[in-house]
Design a binder for this molecule. Structure first.
Ligand SMILES: [Zn+2]
Length: 242
């Protein structure tokens, strides 16, 4: 299994690895800083290089238990080749800002309006999240959400992640009043959870990438919303850099 370096360091932009397997359009490495598609967050992209050869990676996905780095080009490496990986950092950092913003948007809507987040899509420029039960999202509500969420960012809360044994993670979250219903559905083979803690405001189990402090997010701008099913609203948002 590939060692996922971003789990302990979200700011790692470059890394060294050894190729474990090469197929027609993908490679598997012994370790990687590339985030693989999941949890609503876009996968990383970037390059792998060795000596004077470089290979573009356009997507990373987990398939059949393997973390596959996909490319559109002929693969010049073989198993055992030492490669240097580099992320498209601009893209990834945007994902970190948007992902952290989404946690706080969801928490704000949960605390103030009792809304549950039932989906999300994190990517640069414009992300989205789905909330229920919600029948419309008018201008007054939009303004309240922008002001409320921006006030949280402005508190400059530290963002930490901690690996915890399964039971400990569930009781840590339960005791503090956070949702754990979705964790009960995770297969029992998962014995450790990565717990995200945003100051005293939010906590959740999440394997995504986040910024280290809410001051890095900037300001949220709520865009359009649309009905995506009975009592379900999809809200689009963008971020103005700090
Ligand atoms: Zn997250």
């Amino acid at each position: 299994m590939t060692n996922l370096l971003y789990m302990s360091d979200n700011y790692l932009r470059e890394f060294d690895a050894v190729v474990q397997k090469v197929a027609d359009d993908y490679l598997v490495l012994d370790q990687t800083a590339f985030y693989y598609l999941g949890g609503g967050q876009s996968s990383d992209r970037g390059s792998l290089s060795s000596e004077d050869t470089s290979l573009g990676i356009h997507e990373v996905r987990r398939v059949e238990g393997e973390i596959r780095h996909f490319t559109n080009d002929p693969i010049p490496f073989k198993a055992g080749t030492k490669v240097h990986g580099a992320l498209d950092w601009e893209f990834r950092y945007e994902c970190m800002r948007f992902h952290t913003a989404q946690h706080l948007l969801s928490r704000y809507l949960q605390l103030k309006y009792d809304l549950i987040t039932v989906g999300n899509m994190i990517k640069p420029k414009r992300s989205r999240a789905d909330f229920t039960p919600m029948h419309k999202f008018d201008d007054a509500l939009k303004r309240d959400v922008e002001e409320g969420v921006n006030a949280i960012f402005a508190r400059e809360l530290d963002v930490d992640t901690r690996m915890m044994p399964r039971d400990e993670a569930i009781s840590f979250l339960n005791e503090r009043g956070y949702q754990t219903r979705y964790l009960e559905m995770v297969p029992a083979s998962v014995t450790e959870f990565r717990v995200l803690i945003i100051g005293d405001y939010d906590a959740a189990s999440c394997a995504g990438t986040h910024v280290a402090n809410t001051r890095e997010i900037g300001a949220i701008q709520i865009g359009k919303s649309k009905n995506v099913g009975a009592g379900k609203q999809r809200i689009y948002f963008s971020l103005k850099a700090p």
